[in-house]
Design a protein around this ligand. Structure first.
Ligand code: DAK
Length: 261
């Protein structure tokens, strides 16, 4: 792969968009390579994925404006579908995905971050959906995910004005979970990934599915989704071990890693 670095570090992996000269802008090749990298995740071993951008300036500065500039209507729709398919794959990846947003996250970059489960960012991060200023709408799910994350009113304000916001404002409106000094961002994401990876993997995956699927359903349907995923956990060794460990009064006993079964 030319534009994607993928590194497995024990129980988590880091996917880096590595097209620094163009501020990691998403062209068709980058989108295809993200998809290939997702195919290659070893799902028996990797429990959390971190997504970040190469360099100190940008996470992803958007979809590639050069590539988009000459698209026809049909090509535009096809490009939108390519991005949407990859982002939806990330959103529904069975394991949690943390975006470590290390700079500009504009247009498709903001949309990429929003398709991850958790967003951490550096203090130089800048978020925005500048598409209306380019004569287009957000095309990789921005109109949908931003409204779900920060509420329809704030999403409409940001999208209609095409105004960029800094890390602190992104934190205040709930677009990101936490802000770090730049050099602390990746370590913080890795620390969070390690903490998540220590919990029972099947339970964590079921939590992700329950939250994602439940948000798309009515409350009556959503609690049934939760009940089913809760019930499934009782067929796992990890549930038996986790509860037996709690009930064991031997304080000397050391908790063993969950076995993912
Ligand atoms: N695309 C292509 N190249 C980009 C780019 C981008 N989005 N962003 C930056 N670059 C390139 C620059 O052209 C420059 O290349 P060279 O001139 O060196 O060859 C290099 O990266 C460095 O950028 P700058 O020289 O501009 O760096 P500055 O520090 O001066 O400025 C900046 C940084 C992030 C403020 C600026 O680069 C910028 O404004 N970039 C564009 C940001 C932007 O507007 N992003 C949103 C793109 S629109 C859809 C599908 C998808 C989408 C919409 C619809 N459908 C199919 C419906 C998505 C749309 C978008 O994401």
């Amino acid at each position: 792969m030319e534009y994607i670095l993928y590194e497995q570090k024990g129980e988590y992996a880091i996917l880096t968009i590595n097209r620094e000269k163009a501020l990691n802008a998403l062209n068709s090749q980058v989108l295809e390579e993200i998809s290939t990298a997702l195919d290659e995740i070893n799902s028996d071993e990797v429990r959390v994925l971190i997504v970040t951008g190469a360099g100190a300036k940008a996470f992803v500065a958007g979809a590639d404006i050069g590539e988009m500039s000459t698209l026809t209507k049909a090509e535009g729709e096809a490009f939108g579908k390519k991005g949407n398919d990859v982002f939806r794959r990330l959103e529904t990846l069975p394991i949690p995905v943390i975006a470590a947003v290390n700079g500009f996250a504009l247009g498709g970059g903001c949309e990429l971050a929003m398709s991850c489960d958790i967003r951490l960012c550096s203090d130089n991060a800048v978020f925005g959906q500048p598409e209306a200023g380019l004569g287009i709408t957000p095309g990789f799910g921005g109109t949908q995910r931003l409204a779900r994350l920060v509420g329809a009113g704030m999403a409409k304000q940001l999208i209609y004005t095409a105004r960029n916001i800094k890390a602190e404002e992104a934190l205040r409106i709930g677009l990101v979970n936490a802000v770090y000094a730049q050099e602390e961002l990746l370590p913080a994401a890795e620390k969070m990934a390690s903490v998540i990876a220590k919990n029972a993997p099947i339970a964590v995956r079921n939590c992700k599915k329950a939250i994602n699927d439940g948000l798309e359903a009515s409350m009556d349907e959503a609690i049934v989704i939760e009940e089913k995923l809760f019930g499934d956990c009782f067929e796992t060794e990890d549930q038996k071990y986790g509860m037996a460990f709690f009930l064991d009064k031997n304080k000397e006993k050391v908790k063993e890693p969950f076995k993912n079964c």
